[in-house]
Design a protein around this ligand. Structure first.
Ligand code: SAM
Length: 381
């Protein structure tokens, strides 16, 4: 696979994270190239504080490293990819500031480059957080694939920052040009969003869920998660439990409420998700002990140290449908479980997770099913 992106500043070798030689997906797309071409051809002044939001795998900040940009991302995987891509280019650590969507925004932004995220809510939240730092002279350019840029996307720029227009499409990518008007009456930031759970879903019935912008099913309980909550294992006593891919933390919080002696580790690769899980846990005054960790699946969890893993795996990765993450999560869970430990998985019936579990664990039991979802249990022998 060609892993070299041609930019106005030379060729860059770029990879995603974790690196997988079988991965056919590139670490950049036509919208990254379009933005970089525009900046070079129009000689856009890249001085002052250059902020890059939503850079998928670090292509933008790696290309612009000479301008000491600040990267703001929700994704731990994106941040790790960026670190590796910068190192490959020989960029000194610290040249590019690697920030997250949870960090306080910079005080002043002179150039704001936005790779439009998949989640409109995350875009809304980030623009609202950055708006006070944007001034009349700030250059604001967004980029994305045509299919990712909707009228609602442009309306967000317009409502939060100022007058907005788009470029012609080139290779199915489009740019967004926004002229900041600091006097624009900005709406209040609706994030994080808190809602009450319905009754009849076990330990978290009627409880509170806190969602930072961009987390999975941020404005209502996902129907798959709801089904999972109705069929969680009922063990009591000291147990080391992992809520793997915790999102807003509703599953791990349910376990902690049902079994106050359990120790729950909440893991997600999204900074927004882990912040949500911690807020959900705290909002419910759960007794017991919990840990909140941003990272890649079960990486870093010692082998044989866990009694129970609960997992509702993702099946989208930045627009691409993939089951590679689910496979990595199951493999990591198997390694981290003690003999006799269990992995409980909820998934769409058609995804056929039982095949993967059988291949890895040698067993897979159907705990519950409806026409759409199945809850499966695999035991580490
Ligand atoms: C389908 S959502 C489930 C969220 C939550 N557990 C629920 O049931 O509502 C899958 C979650 O996995 C997270 N995720 C994706 N890739 C991951 C990875 N490599 N490591 C950890 N979490 C990941 C996503 O950010 C997302 O929050």
């Amino acid at each position: 696979m060609n892993d070299r992106m041609t930019t106005p500043w030379g060729e860059l070798a770029l990879t995603r994270f974790p690196e997988d030689p079988r991965d056919r997906l590139r670490a950049w797309d036509a919208s990254d190239e379009y933005l970089l071409r525009h900046l070079a051809e129009r000689e856009v002044p890249l001085s002052g504080t250059v902020v890059v939001v939503g850079d998928r795998w670090g292509a933008l900040v790696t290309a612009l490293a000479a301008h000491g940009p600040v990267q703001i991302t929700d994704s731990w995987l994106a941040q790790e990819a960026t670190r590796a891509n910068l190192a490959r280019r020989g960029v000194e650590p610290g040249t590019v500031q690697l920030g997250t969507t949870q960090d306080p925004p910079p005080e002043r932004v002179d150039v704001l480059l936005v790779r439009v995220p998949k989640s409109l809510a995350l875009l809304e939240d980030q623009l609202l957080r950055l708006a006070p730092a944007v001034h009349e002279g700030t250059v604001v350019v967004g980029t994305g694939m045509v299919k990712e840029i909707h009228t609602s996307t442009l309306q967000l720029f317009e409502r939060i920052l100022g007058p907005t227009r788009t470029s012609l499409a080139e290779r199915k990518a489009r740019l967004i040009f926004c002229t900041p008007e600091p006097s624009v009456a900005r709406p209040a930031n609706p994030w994080p969003y808190t809602y009450a759970l319905p009754e009849g879903i076990g330990a978290v019935s009627g409880r509170t869920v806190v969602n930072h912008a961009g987390v999975f099913c941020a404005d209502r309980l996902d129907i798959g998660t709801r089904f999972f909550l109705g069929h969680l294992p009922g063990g009591k006593g000291p147990q080391r439990v992992v809520d793997l891919g915790c999102g807003n933390g509703v599953v791990g919080t349910a376990m902690a409420l049902a079994n106050p002696d359990a120790e729950v580790l909440f893991v997600d690769e999204s900074f927004q998700a882990v912040a949500s899980a911690e807020a959900t846990y705290k909002a419910n005054g759960v007794p017991g002990h919990a840990e909140f960790r941003v990272g890649d699946g079960m990486a870093g969890v010692p082998a044989g140290s866990v009694d129970l893993v609960l997992n509702n795996p993702p099946f989208h990765s930045h627009q691409a449908t993939t089951d590679a993450t689910a496979w990595r999560m199951f493999t990591g869970a198997r390694r981290a479980l003690r003999p006799g430990g269990e992995l409980w998985v909820i998934g769409n019936r058609h995804l056929g997770y039982h095949v993967k579990l059988r291949r890895l664990f040698g067993n897979s039991q159907l705990i519950a099913g409806d026409p759409k979802f199945v809850v499966l249990r695999a035991v580490k022998r």
